[in-house]
Write a protein that binds this ligand. Structure first.
Ligand SMILES: Nc1ccn([C@@H]2O[C@H](COP(=O)(O)O)[C@@H](O)[C@H]2O)c(=O)n1
Ligand SMILES: C[C@@]1(CO)OP(=O)(O)OP(=O)(O)OC[C@H]1O
Length: 157
């Protein structure tokens, strides 16, 4: 068994979509990034890569590369999963925490978990997604950005 952790932050801004684990969330602001800025998908990607000792998302998909401009981060996650499979590991489970003061995410969480399970080719009971505020404290609490953390356990084939 191998454990990995991922953490990411993106800034909230006008005129951008808010996409979390591939789900477009209706909100007056979205996340800024070179890709679609899906902060939760990025945290999961880093958790997988970390567990397999494969570095991080920026190493494999640099934000200086035009190929990733506006990229669908769930596709980047799928590519990271393939790297992990090729190293002989299988994803045992993932647990994701999205840190956002607003919007309320509860209604969208089942679809986020479904998307992650599909991309990672694992059953729904191996995926957990949750959201928390920071009780209006810090940059997330002020609504300046959204953060996400993820942990992943890999099994050796
Ligand atoms: N953006 C969010 C944040 C939280 N939730 C849900 O609300 C619960 C309470 O959040 P606290 O930060 O006050 O502990 C949390 O457990 C989530 O179920 C949410 O849906 N969207
Ligand atoms: C995903 C990538 C690549 O498009 O860009 P961003 O969307 O800016 O995201 P970030 O988490 O800052 O870094 C990883 C990048 O390589």
């Amino acid at each position: 068994m191998r454990i990995g952790h991922g953490f990411d932050v993106h800034c909230l801004t006008e005129n951008r979509k808010l996409i979390l684990c591939g789900v477009e969330i209706p909100f007056e602001q979205g996340l800024l990034g070179h890709s679609d800025a899906d902060v939760a998908a990025h945290a999961v990607t880093d958790a997988l890569l970390g567990a397999a000792a494969l570095g991080d998302i920026g190493r494999h998909f640099p934000d200086t590369d035009d190929a990733y401009f506006g990229a669908d981060s769930m596709q980047l996650l799928q590519r990271a999963a393939k790297m992990v499979w090729e190293k002989g590991y299988a994803v045992s489970n993932i647990d994701v925490t999205i840190i956002a003061q607003r919007p309320k995410l509860a209604a969208f969480i089942p679809k986020m978990a479904e998307n992650l399970a599909a991309v990672l080719e694992i059953s729904a009971d191996r995926v957990n997604v949750k959201a928390t505020t920071t009780e209006k404290l810090g940059f997330t609490g002020r609504g300046e950005g959204i953060a996400a953390e993820a942990v992943c356990l890999l099994e050796c084939n």
